[in-house]
Design a protein around this ligand. Structure first.
Ligand SMILES: [Zn+2]
Ligand SMILES: [Zn+2]
Length: 382
């Protein structure tokens, strides 16, 4: 499952402290400081729009045009009508469900009841509270929230049954809209599979017998086999074969990339449902495991040697078999320890690797062995 995570990056901060959930700032890939909007976002259409969201809709419109106005009209009559019904049904379902997933406000019920979205949110004061949500009370939203509610940094509001913040629909995904989000991903995957099947059929028929692709009545007036019609049946536009081939290749490439992305995401969410976990819980568990490995690495006798070796310079590491193992352990440590870089309140980034003191993650895990997991923040992208 780990290979799915590039599409589902979640930020969190396991600083020690009291009870749960989110900081007003978070780290993106340990580098970028993310600040919450002053006005809480309502849903996926709250400004600013995210460019992922714009790309998503542009791709949807582009693939719809290519599917229904270029490639399905090339199919033989019987297949054409089946393709219009099946693919049209899937694309229509996707359009409706995608809009619903974007339009729903997934906020905690108390937030929706009591919050005035037009009012600017307060700035979180860490000197007063260690965490935004403590004892199921959000210090920013000023309401009591449910147990599985998290305060989303991108929306700057509490989201019930928080799963992740999705940049593709530009909305949080929580218990209110999870199945709409899941259906959006599933229907997009199904639609892309249909489009690939149509494209492959057209490609094979073009190589085997191009006349099979020219059964539309409008082709009766087109005698040149090097001329094709786009935007049938209503607005036929004559183009050369090369144009159709280029469009076909571009659409196939776009469709294939989208299918790989969506397929991975769909499998990941099926896996999560089988495990009865949210994306947030999955990533918290993953971080716990990584931190455990990190601690194991810190106990590694070879790693214990690395400080001495480093003081002597990297050349010493490569001079013996033990040195190679020590260097390898150090690399593993650096790979596993995502918590080693922290962002201070003022935005300074502090690299902790190589510090003498245990890194924040190690401290966090020591606490977590006796207490429930205490996470500070979360934001993810699909
Ligand atoms: Zn809140
Ligand atoms: Zn959000």
């Amino acid at each position: 499952m780990a290979q799915v995570l590039p599409f589902c990056v979640l930020q969190m901060d396991t600083r020690s402290g009291s009870q749960c959930s989110i900081t007003p700032e978070a780290i993106l890939n340990n580098e970028e400081l993310v600040l919450p909007p002053r006005i809480s976002r309502v849903n996926g259409w709250s400004l600013p729009l995210h460019y992922f969201q714009v790309v998503t809709w542009a791709v949807f419109v582009g693939l719809s045009l290519a599917t229904f106005r270029i490639f399905i009209p090339l199919l033989p009559p019987a297949w054409k009508y089946i393709a219009y019904v099946v693919t049209g049904g899937i694309f229509s379902f996707h359009l409706v469900i995608h809009l619903i997933a974007s339009c729903i406000d997934p906020a905690d019920s108390n937030v929706r009841l009591m919050k005035n979205y037009s009012q600017p949110m307060p700035i979180f004061d860490r000197s007063k509270h260690a965490h935004v949500i403590q004892n199921q009370f959000c210090h920013l939203c000023k309401v009591t929230v449910n147990k599985k509610t998290k305060h989303c940094i991108s929306c700057n509001k509490c989201v019930s049954g928080f799963d992740h913040h999705c940049k593709w629909i530009n909305n949080c995904v929580g218990s209110q809209n999870y199945w709409f989000f899941f259906s959006t991903v599933a229907s997009a995957t199904a639609g892309m599979l249909c489009l690939i099947a149509i494209l492959l059929y057209v490609l094979v028929q073009y190589l085997v017998n191009p006349r099979v692709l020219r059964t539309d009545p409008k082709y009766e007036d087109v005698k040149n086999m090097n001329t094709w019609l786009l935007f049938l049946p209503l607005f036929p536009v004559q183009v050369q074969t090369l144009i159709v081939v280029i469009i076909g290749m571009l659409v196939l490439l776009l469709d294939f990339l989208g299918l790989v992305h969506l397929g991975q995401l769909l499998i990941f969410h099926i896996y999560l449902k089988a495990k009865k976990m949210t994306t947030f819980e999955y990533l918290i568990n993953t971080r716990k495991e990584e931190t455990s490995k990190h601690q194991a690495v810190r106990k590694d006798p070879y790693l214990q040697m690395d400080k001495g070796f480093l003081q002597q310079g990297d050349g010493a590491l490569g001079s013996s078999a033990q040195g190679v193992k020590a260097k390898s352990s150090l690399l593993i440590h650096k790979h596993l320890c995502h918590f080693c870089t922290s962002v201070n309140q003022d935005g300074d980034s502090t690299a902790r690797e190589g510090d003498e003191d245990p890194c924040p993650s190690a401290l966090g895990l020591q606490q977590e062995t006796t207490e429930p997991m205490k996470t500070d923040s979360a934001e993810s992208e699909d």
